[in-house]
Structure formats: C-alpha cells, structure tokens
Write a protein that binds this ligand. Sequence first.
Ligand code: NAI
Length: 214
Amino acid sequence: MAKEAISTPVIRRLPRYYRFLGELEREQVERISSRELAQRMGLSASQIRQDFNCFGGFGQQGFGYHVKELREIIGEILGVRKDTGVIMIGAGNLGKAIAAHVDFEKRGCKLIGIFDNNPLLAGTMTASLPIMPMESLDSFCEQHKPQAAVLCIPKDAAQQLADKLISLGIVGFWNFSHFDLRINNPDIIVENVHLGDSLMTLAYCMHHRDETDE
Ligand code: NAI
C-alpha cells in the first residue's frame, strides 16, 4: 500500500466510499468499475480513480474494483477495527441522541463512558451506560484510558474542558459544542461538527443549482 499522506478532502470522502461499498457488498456485487461506482455515488469516474490512486489504485483495467477487498482496505485506513475508547461529555438532548443513534462500534470506536455535571442525571442510563458525575472523570480516564471525547456541552465550557481532557490523555475530539476548539498541539485531532453548516451547504447548492459542477 502506498505510504504517502492522504489529503484531507480524500479522507473526508473515504467514509462515504466505505458506506457505498458496504451497500454493494450486501447486494453481493463482487466488482464494480469506477464509472458505475461514480454513477451510484454522484461523483465523476476520474475523481474516484484519483482518490483510490492515493492509496495504491487497486483497480484493474477491464476488471474494475474488487468490492470486498477495496472496502477492507478503506476500512483499514479508517481504522474501523481499532476499538478506540470514547467518552462523551454532556448528556443533554444532543448527547443522548448521539449516544443512542450513532453506531460507534461499526466505526472503530467504543463509547465507554458518559459524563455530565448535572447531579440530577448521575446514575441515569443512556445507551446502556450510567451517566457519571464529572468528579469521576479523572479516575475513569486513569483506569480506562479513553483516547477520544465527544463534546456535547455548551460552547462556554468547551475550551477549558478540552484542555483538561488532553491532560487526561484524550487525543481526539468529536466536538459538537458550537465552538471551534483551539489546540496548539499537532498530535491532538479535532473534528468540529456543525450541523447548521451542512444545512447552509444544502441551501447554497439549492440556490446555485445551475452553477454547480456536474
Ligand atoms: P442540553 O442543554 O440539552 O445539554 C447540555 C448538557 O451538558 C446538559 O446535560 C448539561 O448538564 C451538560 N453540561 C453543561 N456544562 C457542562 C460541563 N462543564 N461539564 C459537563 N457537563 C456539562 O443541550 P443540547 O441540546 O444537548 O446541546 C448541547 C450543545 O450542543 C449546545 O452547545 C448546542 O448549541 C450544541 N449543538 C450543536 C449542534 C451541532 O451541530 N454542532 C447541534 C445541536 C446542538
């Protein structure tokens, strides 16, 4: 496999390739050409070939891509078998919805602890896990060594909490707090998620339909 660094736009497309290849596998499709995959995904065939070339190609002239093999390779790149320990901070409306509806394990992660500073929530269950008080955070991290945190707290609390979590060993943030975290450490990875941005992208594309590329 090529060892070159993969660019961020390609990485952002990988989960989508992984999902579509999973669908093809369930439909028992063994191989697919870049043209057919492109049609299915609403991309261009050259985009797909370019993307897959970033991690070694794998297409064969006249054969296309081997669906199962390609999905395994993309899954390996995405780390879907890694079992990364994840904690969640903030078990309000959003936190509970994410805990209940995101299949962490299918994506190489395991939600192992949920924390909230509301004493009324302590001990109540979400996604089969008891919500723990913030006072338990240090000892929990020491014992279970989670690597990533989902932040579903108000934005005012996000930066301070992130700094504390880094001191407890967290190296990845899935941050929903509506505050773009500032972390001056290249070893810490932050994925800021704003659902509203996605809605605005939709609105833009709808209003500029005639100008967007095929
Ligand atoms: P919520 O008020 O229902 O839940 C927030 C929870 O965080 C509460 O249970 C509260 O006790 C807890 N909390 C507050 N400060 C804390 C701290 N310092 N430590 C631990 N727990 C703390 O709010 P909701 O609706 O769940 O939203 C949570 C955050 O996510 C808000 O900031 C909201 O603006 C944001 N949000 C972001 C979205 C996105 O697309 N990024 C979409 C929806 C909401």
